[in-house]
Design a protein around this ligand. Structure first.
Ligand SMILES: [Zn+2]
Length: 297
């Protein structure tokens, strides 16, 4: 960090990174990545000094809140009890779905959106319910940007290489110019609900090209398999609020990435309905991988 080309920190951890910042071929532990590392280490230390819990005000704990489990969703438990009005008490940033698996939810900048299989985006009424959702009050401590073209693999690789621990939770917001982004939404299901692998056969996959937009999501540790999607889970909404969904792949440039390091997970499950009698002992790892990552093996 001794040469004069190192960008100076602008505000609260914000830093602008020069060329090739996120390209896989440029990945190393030197230069710009050392700077991302430093940002993470600083954020991590601040996090530890606060005892891991930032209570910004009396009722906003610095925690990830999740409703139900990804395994339960995978098995077809598509009706939850929690309303979006209740969910909003736990966060206004995150992702999820709706009762009956009626599309994809993405929330950021204090607003919730529903992306239905008709390809349209709707504001979320507080009375709608969520069988599965992950939300928090986003308070990013690591911010960086890059002009360069980055794909999903390089994006994951860059962040994975910089995080101080793979065993914490990371909330991610990424705004950029998407050369392409492959997203899916799912059509509303009727009872008896089929498992998600069956629903995936009728999912609507679209590729948006040359759109500016925002990806929102989380990186969950491997040890949370079955509880949540391990690794990255991102949802997307374009700038004109007309398209989006669950992210399978992308190529982005002019990107600004913000990350919140979190060590608290608050999980709630339904207190009535099918959840109480469902057999949730089965390993859903492969089914989840197929549905969430669009991978067969
Ligand atoms: Zn999703």
């Amino acid at each position: 960090m001794s040469d004069g080309n190192v960008p100076r920190q602008a505000d609260s951890g914000a830093i602008r990174i020069g060329t090739n910042a996120l390209k896989r071929k440029s990945y190393n532990r030197e230069g710009v990545f050392a700077m991302i590392d430093e940002l993470f280490i600083r954020a991590f230390k601040a996090h530890q000094q606060q005892g891991g819990v930032f209570h910004r005000d009396s009722d906003r704990a610095h925690e990830v809140f999740q409703m139900s489990t990804i395994s339960a969703l995978s098995q077809g438990l598509y009706d939850g009890e929690i309303t979006y009005a209740q969910l909003a008490q736990h966060g206004d940033f995150g992702l999820g779905t709706f009762n009956g698996l009626d599309g994809e939810m993405v929330a950021f900048d204090g607003k919730f959106y529903q992306i239905k299989s008709d390809g349209k985006v709707y504001p979320v009424d507080g009375s709608l319910k969520a069988p599965f959702a992950v939300v928090m009050f986003f308070d990013p401590t690591v911010k960086f940007s890059s002009d360069d073209e980055t794909d999903f693999k390089a994006f994951q690789h860059a962040i994975d290489g910089a995080v101080p621990s793979k065993n914490l939770f990371y909330a991610v917001k990424c705004e950029g110019d998407f050369k392409l982004i492959k997203v899916r939404t799912v059509p509303r299901q009727k009872k008896p609900y089929p498992p998600e692998v069956e629903v995936a056969k009728t999912q609507v996959v679209s590729v948006c090209r040359n759109v500016r937009g925002t990806m929102v999501g989380f990186r969950f540790p491997d040890y949370t398999k079955g509880i949540n999607v391990s690794g990255y889970h991102l949802h997307f909404l374009n700038q004109s609020f007309s398209a989006g969904g669950h992210v399978f792949d992308f190529v982005v440039s002019e990107v600004r990435i913000e990350i919140d390091v979190v060590s608290n997970l608050h999980m709630a499950v339904p207190e009535s309905g099918e959840f109480l009698t469902a057999d949730l002992s089965k390993d859903q790892t492969e089914a989840i991988r197929k549905v969430e990552k669009n991978k067969d093996s």
